[in-house]
Design a protein around this ligand. Structure first.
Ligand code: C5P
Length: 405
């Protein structure tokens, strides 16, 4: 695909290099268009070497090729990273005073802005209005990350990590309408990853969940405008999604406590975590050793079913009108195929939606792609086509919207 990476004049311009690299490595043709001030931060030669394409900032370079019109017309996606306050102001007004803004006017493909600026500039009414205008014009403006800004300041305004920008850009290539702002004002709780149940100070019972599907849900929900709390088990190797409150847990009991605390009054809870059904009844204080006292059996105690507990809490009026989504990783067996088991699980758990993944060799766990079915408590069933976990997340959120009160 043909990707235009527009680079604004902010210190985060150096991160655009990693983004360009990610696109070229995955086989895309990249054209980098910096603003004049972006070149104060990163040299033209760097962008030319990384993209293998000429770089210019002006509509007066290479005039017979009409680049100010052609580059935008031919693009499959335009990504602006970092999008500074000034660049978004010019884009919102429809100005065309350099090659990048001219390209934005001629592009008819998805456009993704990844803002980076100080918190004061991000929160200024002028920037807020410009972001709203760009969104009304059909562009996707990402929520920035919170955290350390240039100098000692912290707050919203940090450029989301290149990997996250790459993920959302790839999602827009798969599905241009994947990121509408339809979850604004909604509070969504998402669980992700696998729980670990300790046996002794060094060992645990765990599972193969990577947390990638739950993280993709959190990322997509936040970028659709939701206020997201992500409760995650054992996902340290995953980068925290931008604009999401992240709560780390280890065991199923800790997950249950965290869900209890955050779910009350939430608009939706999505239980993507792989929760251990059982935990060792006794946790040895010291490492279990071979020898005279080695155990023959490990007694197990049943963990609470958090999903079923949420449904009960809602029925008893302790939750609110919260929509509840469960996940089921299923394999077929002699008693029925994947969907037969999944339908029974939906009925047993009592949630509103069940996302069903067929698991087996190389499917669902740890990988970056997924597929399956979506079963509704109202009897609706639909297939979730194979694609990125972000794509599956966007389809699940589409199905959630009509269930929100
Ligand atoms: O019964 P099973 O573990 O297959 O159900 C999967 C669904 O139930 C997932 O949404 C998972 O997060 C949730 N679950 C739970 N508490 C458990 C076990 C599973 O909430 N103890």
């Amino acid at each position: 695909m043909r990707i235009v990476v527009g680079v604004g004049g902010g210190i985060a311009a150096y991160k655009a290099c990693a983004l360009v690299r990610r696109f070229t490595e995955t086989g895309h043709q990249v054209r980098v268009i910096p603003t004049e001030s972006a070149l104060q931060f990163v040299g033209k030669a760097t962008f030319e070497a990384l993209s293998g394409q000429p770089v210019s900032t002006s509509v007066f370079t290479d005039v017979p090729e009409v680049p100010h019109v052609r580059i935008g017309q031919e693009a499959d996606l335009v990504v602006i990273a970092p999008a500074t306050a000034d660049l978004m102001a010019r884009a919102a007004q429809g100005r065309a005073d350099d090659l990048l803004t001219a390209t934005l006017l001629t592009a008819r493909c998805p456009v993704l802005f990844a803002p980076a600026m100080h918190t004061e500039m991000w929160e200024h009414p002028a920037t807020v209005a410009n972001v709203a205008t760009l969104r009304a014009h059909g562009a996707t403006v990402m929520e920035p990350a919170s955290g350390r800004l240039t100098g000692t300041d912290t707050g919203p305004g940090r450029l989301p990590e290149p990997e996250e920008i790459f993920g959302l850009a790839s999602l827009l290539l798969e599905r241009p309408d994947a990121l509408p702002r339809d979850l604004e004002g909604r509070r969504v709780i998402i669980t992700a990853g696998g729980t670990r149940e300790p046996l002794d100070p060094v060992r645990f019972l765990g599972n193969r969940s990577s947390g990638k599907q739950g993280y993709a849900l959190a990322r997509v929900a936040a970028q659709r405008g939701a206020s997201v709390t992500l409760i995650a088990g054992n996902t340290v190797e995953l980068a925290p999604p931008a604009a999401v409150d992240l709560v780390h847990i280890t065991t199923a009991e800790q997950l249950a406590t965290a869900v209890d605390k955050h779910a009350v009054g939430a608009d939706a809870v999505i239980m993507a975590a792989a929760v251990a059904d059982f935990r060792p009844t006794n946790v040895a204080a010291a490492k279990i050793k071979k020898g005279a006292n080695e155990p023959d059996v490990i007694p197990l105690t049943k963990n609470p079913d958090i999903l079923a507990g949420l449904v009960t809490a809602r029925t008893e009026g302790r939750l609110g009108d919260t929509a509840i989504v469960g996940f089921a990783a299923e394999t077929g067996d002699e008693n029925g195929d994947v969907l037969t088991h999944a339908r029974a699980k939906l009925a047993r758990k009592g949630c509103d939606l069940l996302v069903v993944n067929a698991v087996g060799e190389g499917k669902a766990f740890e990988v970056d792609t997924n597929d399956g079915w979506l079963l509704g408590a109202d009897g609706t069933e639909s297939a979730l086509d194979h694609g990125s976990k972000a794509l599956l997340a966007s389809r699940v959120l589409d199905a959630l919207i009509p269930l929100l009160h």
